[in-house]
Design a protein around this ligand. Structure first.
Ligand code: 6PG
Length: 257
């Protein structure tokens, strides 16, 4: 596994395959959780890539290294579906990580801060989650919550969270969470906004699969064009930016050792 690290620059780790990416992410989670004190506030990503990472965290070799009583679970985005829907990011996390932790009594439901995808009015759901963030992080109106660790994925189109190319949420700077209309998916999604993502202490992209190689090359090595490649908007400062990649996703990068 090779790593490039220039302070202030993305820290890129390339692992052989998705399982190795998941192990690297689980090891990093344990290190990050154990070096913090007090509440450890994490925003989980949706999609399919995090599944294996979540499953590993729920296995004794990683699970038993974490004081789960300090971990608060949030989401970076959610689909406008009920929590028991196969499309729900919450359901994916419940099935792969949170359920096993709950069943072992390692966390309580109060530590799970679900984004209300089922809200009949997604904009109201977004406002409610913004309130939940302010309350959970103890921040006043106008202040930004700082996630200790924000997980992100990236689509083949370069989107991250539910910040899809050429959608309204890309330019929002005065709200914490918005309901973003995504015409190409014919849906609306709830998502945290760029300021919230960029205020995180650590942002970790988990990206795997050859279908991401073109977008990743454009995001990391192409011209700055965040309307087309929204993942370019994620530049946490002074936080850390990590890319945990498998070889297939990194295949078109030229500047990784
Ligand atoms: C979502 C995610 C989204 C995801 C990417 C990658 O709600 O789907 O927030 O940004 O991370 O689409 O998804 P895969 O991991 O399934 O490739």
């Amino acid at each position: 596994m090779n790593q490039s690290h220039n302070p202030g620059q993305p820290q890129i780790t390339v692992a052989p395959d998705l399982d190795a990416v998941a192990n690297a992410a689980a090891q990093h989670f344990v290190e990050a959780a154990t070096r913090t004190h007090g509440a450890f506030r994490v925003a989980l990503s949706g999609g399919s890539t995090p599944r294996r990472f979540h499953e590993l965290l729920a296995e004794p070799s990683y699970r038993d290294q974490v004081d789960w009583s300090r971990v608060e679970f949030y989401w970076g985005d959610e689909r406008t579906v009920p929590p028991d829907d196969a499309e729900s990011n919450y359901k994916m996390a419940l099935d792969t990580l949170l359920g096993p932790l709950l069943r072992r009594g390692l966390i309580t439901p109060a530590q799970i801060h679900r984004m209300p995808g089922e809200a009949a009015d997604p904009a109201a759901g977004a406002r409610a989650y913004a309130d939940e963030l302010r309350q959970g992080f103890g921040v006043a109106a106008g202040e930004l919550p700082r996630f200790d660790l924000l997980y992100l994925g990236m689509g083949p189109d370069g989107h991250t969270l539910s910040l899809f190319p050429e959608t309204a949420a890309l330019s929002v700077r005065d709200q914490l969470v918005v309901a973003n209309v995504v015409p190409k998916l014919n849906t609306t999604r709830l998502t945290i906004t760029v300021p919230v993502a960029n205020h995180a202490a650590v942002v970790a992209f988990l990206i795997a699969g050859g279908d991401k190689a073109d977008a990743l090359s454009a995001v990391l090595e192409g011209p700055y064009d965040p309307t087309l490649y929204p993942s370019q908007l994620i530049v946490p400062a002074p936080g850390e930016l990590l890319f945990l990649l498998d070889k297939a996703a990194a295949a078109k990068l030229t500047r990784v050792g």
